[in-house]
Design a protein around this ligand. Structure first.
Ligand SMILES: N[C@@H](CCC(=O)N[C@@H](CS)C(=O)NCC(=O)O)C(=O)O
Length: 204
């Protein structure tokens, strides 16, 4: 397998964490891609959307979009990152979706902040910020449903995606102090950060 990634991409980080948990990282070659640089033209042949992550699977075909890639690596590694059936499955997928939404809104804010100052749309930025706050409040209220932050071996796609979202907010928007009024989530994050798979995949 080949994972096209960048060191700072939180979507790609989800897959790198999953590979560590599933102990398949030796079977996953990491290929660094700068989607904003000269490589973009070449990478377009792999993912026409020019987005990372993208995974070249065992049979050579390509899979894009991190939730689908999660599904594939979970099956490949015979893991338990996604429950097979019942309400727990939908709960995990919904939590993955909420945490992915936090990342998406944060990435949009980053892109907006990179526009020339006179083009920066503070209303758009504020809308994305509110989405992030709403979803974080959802996790604060549902933290009891999350698996133990101390033991990444037990994690599902929900915990993996949430920690990537929280660390991405710290990485790009630490000034916003998003967790200042969310003590349960803060505690969850502090414990989750002690896991080796988090420390090993953190952008330098
Ligand atoms: N839904 C996609 C989102 C992927 C995504 O937006 N990746 C960002 C990097 S974090 C990217 O490649 N952005 C380049 C662009 O949008 O032009 C996923 O979950 O994989």
């Amino acid at each position: 397998m080949k994972l096209y990634y960048s060191a700072t991409s939180p979507f790609a980080r989800k897959i790198r964490i999953a590979a560590q948990i599933l102990k398949i990282e030796k079977q996953m070659e990491l290929v660094l891609v700068d989607v904003y640089g000269a490589q973009a033209q070449e990478f377009k042949k792999i993912n026409p959307l020019i987005k990372i992550p993208a995974l070249e699977m065992q049979d050579g075909a390509v899979l894009t979009n991190s939730p689908f890639i999660m599904d594939y690596v979970n099956q490949f590694g015979h893991g338990h990152l996604i429950s097979g059936q019942g309400p727990e499955r939908w709960q995990q997928l919904n939590m993955q979706s909420q945490a992915d939404g936090i990342i998406e809104a944060a990435v949009l804010r980053l892109y907006e902040s990179r526009r020339s100052p006179h083009l920066f749309d503070s209303g758009f930025d504020q809308k994305q910020k509110i989405k992030i706050q709403n979803a974080l409040r959802y996790f604060e209220d549902h933290v009891a449903l999350m698996k133990s932050p101390n033991d990444s071996i037990d994690w599902s796609v929900a915990e993996i995606t949430l920690i990537c979202a929280l660390e991405y907010l710290d990485f790009r928007f630490s000034k916003d102090h998003f967790l200042s009024t969310l003590p349960r989530l803060r505690e969850w994050q502090a414990k989750a950060q002690q896991n080796e798979c988090i420390q090993k995949t953190r952008p330098a």
